[in-house]
Design a protein around this ligand. Sequence first.
Ligand SMILES: Nc1ncnc2c1ncn2[C@@H]1O[C@H](COP(=O)(O)OP(=O)(O)OP(=O)(O)O)[C@@H](O)[C@H]1O
Ligand SMILES: [Mg+2]
Length: 353
Amino acid sequence: MSTKKPGSVVFEGVRKNFGAFTAIPNLTLTIEPGTLVTLLGPSGCGKTTTLRMLAGLENPTSGKIIIGGKDVTMLPANERDVSMVFQSYALFPHMTAVDNVAYGLESSGLKRQHARRRAEEGLELVGLAGMGQRLPAELSGGQQQRVAVARALILEPQVLLLDEPLSNLDARLRRRVRTEIRQLQQQLGFTAVYVTHDQDEALAVSDQIIVMKDGEVAQKGPPRDLYEQPASAFIADFIGEANVVPCDIVNVEGDHAIISVEGLIHRVTSRNIRPGPAQLAVRPNAISLAPKNGGAFSGHITHAAYLGDHIEYEVKTRNGTLFVIDPAVETALQPTTEVEIGFKDRGIAIIGG
Ligand SMILES: Nc1ncnc2c1ncn2[C@@H]1O[C@H](COP(=O)(O)OP(=O)(O)OP(=O)(O)O)[C@@H](O)[C@H]1O
Ligand SMILES: [Mg+2]
C-alpha cells in the first residue's frame, strides 16, 4: 500500500469566527508535501479548528484553503481527499476491526471482497495482522488507535489529519504508537498534519512544528530550531523549560553577540539583534553552578532535589530565581550555599528586548 501523491497544504488569509468570537484571525501557512507537520499550542489556541477547516468539517469565514494545488475552500469533506484520525478513534463498536477498516472503501464503492483484502493489508501495516476478526472492545487502546490509523491510511489520502491521536493512551504506549505513526509516514511518504499539545510528542515526530497562540502562528520551524532558537519567551517556555533572564547585548559580531548578565560575559548566536538590553532564554541544563569564588553572576541555592541521574536546583539571584538541572550528582550542593553561575555553550538564546 502506498499513498498515491502526497499533497501540499496552503492556508491563505484564513479567518474563522464563531458568532462574535474570532478563533482564527488571519492564518497563512504552507505545508510541504510528504512532511509531517505538528500544530502545537495551548488549549483553545485553534488547533482543532484549523484541522477541521482543512478536513471540510468547518467552513472558514474568509480566506482560502488549497490542498495539492487545488482550491478546496468550498468543497465538502468527502471531496477533499483527506482523512482524519479522531482523538476518540470513532470505531464502530459492533463491527470487527477489518470491517471498520474496510468501511470507508466499501462506502466509496469498492467491492466487499476487495475492500476487505485491502483492509487486511492495512491492519498488517499497523502491526495488527491476524486481529481483524476482533471487535474494538477486544482490542487494547493502542490497538484500537492503530485500527483508526489503518482506516484513515487505507483511503490513501493526499493528506492525513491526526487530532491528538494518542491522548487516550498511557505514557509508554504513547511513545510507541507515535514512533509507529512516524515510521509509517516516512515509509509511505504521505503528508500528515498532527495536532498535539504535548511538546515532547511534537519534537519527536515532526519535520516542522507550527506553534500556535490565539489562532496565530507564533513560530514555525524544524523541532531543533524552535528549541534552540525560540523567537519569544512564550516559545522558549512552551517548548522545553526555560529561564528568562535579562541581559545586556554588549557587542554584535556577525551572527554572534557578546552578552553580559550581571557581568558574566557569554557569546551566543544572534539574529538581527542590536546592542542594548534584551532577554535570554536559558535552558535549565545550560547553567553550571560552582561554590562562589569571585564569579560575577552569583546567587544562593534555595532548593535542591535529588532525582537519580540529576539534581534540580533553585537558585535565587538578584534578577529572580533560576531553575537548574545538573547531572553532577556526586558533587551535590546544599541549600544556602553561595554559588557562582556559569553558562554552557548550548541552550542559551536571545529572545528579544
Ligand atoms: N463551535 C464552536 N463555537 C464557538 N466557539 C468555538 C467552537 N469551536 C471552537 N470554539 C472556540 O475556538 C477556540 C479554538 O478552539 P479549538 O477547539 O480549535 O482549540 P484547540 O487548540 O484545539 O484546543 P484544545 O487543545 O483544548 O483541544 C476556543 O476558544 C474555542 O472555545
Ligand atoms: Mg483540540
